[in-house]
Design a protein around this ligand. Structure first.
Ligand code: NDP
Length: 296
């Protein structure tokens, strides 16, 4: 391996410590405590693990954590009424509805019923529009975490060619917008792209958000490039369960200049950025200056 391994776990711990410091100051000087409400519908085990972990870290940074666990057969009316209640609650500054929702619920309708100012996932259509037009918004946590790691590792991103593999609304598209905001030249590639390896090899920054285990090998990487692996894939290899990214770590690390591992890369940054967004939302709601370095 020649690449520097970007330690997302350590960086996320640093971000959380920064958030905790701001939260303590907020409480001491203003008597304000940021609050995050997480809504989980159904019993999806992976979602339950995420929600528990989010709750634990929210409390650790000194914020109020409220969890609403609803049964899988919850009606849209009940869920919308809960969101309405949370929208009006002055103690709650961030609302996150854990996705995916059971299929009888309209995710778009539910997400767009969250007050955009409390939409700490950044999925509300108003926040999508604000980000797309370069205005102040709530930024989706995973791409924000990737951007923070890139800035930390590379400094200025201006003029670099970034290739984003994947065009989903939650990762690929907002990632591309953020990179554009930092003056990268951005290419988005997807399943219909011709000669994907060659496109990827032109990247100074390669972000993989594909959802296909270890698809991006060293052949896709330009020597010295910075590779951000967003993928989280649970696979079984040699009879053992394993977590792997969308990048084949060993072959890519032999070519790249820097690379994020899975686990321990983008994943921990996502929760850290959720906490950072909740703090930002709280500061904005109270007309206070936003914490530096924790927003896009
Ligand atoms: P989606 O399935 O919504 O999107 C995947 C994208 O990859 C699509 O745009 C698709 O193209 C593209 N794609 C699929 N196959 C290929 C291929 N063979 N060649 C080129 N492009 C392809 O996934 P998400 O964006 O939601 O997630 C991506 C990955 O990131 C997943 O592994 C997910 O688990 C992980 N993730 C990790 C998070 C974290 O906290 N670390 C948070 C969110 C996601 P097309 O549009 O043409 O179909």
């Amino acid at each position: 391996m020649t690449a520097v391994c970007i330690d997302g776990k350590a960086f996320a711990a640093k971000v959380r410590a920064q958030v905790a410091q701001h939260v303590a100051k907020l409480q001491e000087e203003q008597g304000i405590k940021p609050g995050l409400a997480v809504v989980l519908v159904g019993e999806d085990p992976a979602s339950a693990v995420y929600v528990a972990s989010k709750g634990k870290m929210t409390v650790e940074v000194g914020m109020t954590s409220i969890e609403h666990k609803l049964s899988a057969d919850t009606s849209e009316e009940t869920l919308l009424s809960l969101i309405d209640q949370l929208n009006k609650d002055p103690e709650i500054h961030g609302i996150l509805v854990q996705l995916p929702l059971p299929s009888h619920l309209n995710s778009e309708l539910v997400i767009n019923s969250i007050d955009p100012a409390k939409d700490v996932d950044g999925f509300h259509i108003s926040n999508v529009g604000l980000l797309g037009t370069g205005q102040k918004s709530m930024v989706p946590c995973t791409p924000l975490g990737c951007l923070m790691m890139l800035r930390d590792h590379l400094g200025s991103l201006s003029g670099l060619h970034a290739v984003v593999v994947g065009r989903s609304n939650i990762v690929g598209k907002p990632m591309a917008q953020l990179l554009l905001g930092d003056s990268c030249t951005v290419t988005i590639v997807h399943s219909r792209t011709k000669d994907l390896p060659a496109m990827c090899r032109s990247a100074d920054i390669l972000v993989a958000a594909v959802g296909r285990p270890e698809m991006i090998t060293g052949d896709y990487v330009k020597p010295g490039a910075t590779v951000i692996d967003v993928g989280i894939n649970r696979i079984e290899r040699d009879g053992k369960k394993k977590l792997v990214g969308d990048v084949e770590f060993a072959s890519a690390a032999a070519v790249a200049g820097a690379i994020t591992p899975v686990p321990g890369g983008v994943g921990p940054m996502t929760i850290a950025c959720l906490l950072a967004n909740t703090l930002t939302a709280c500061c904005r709601a109270n007309g206070l200056p936003e914490p530096e370095g924790l927003t896009a």
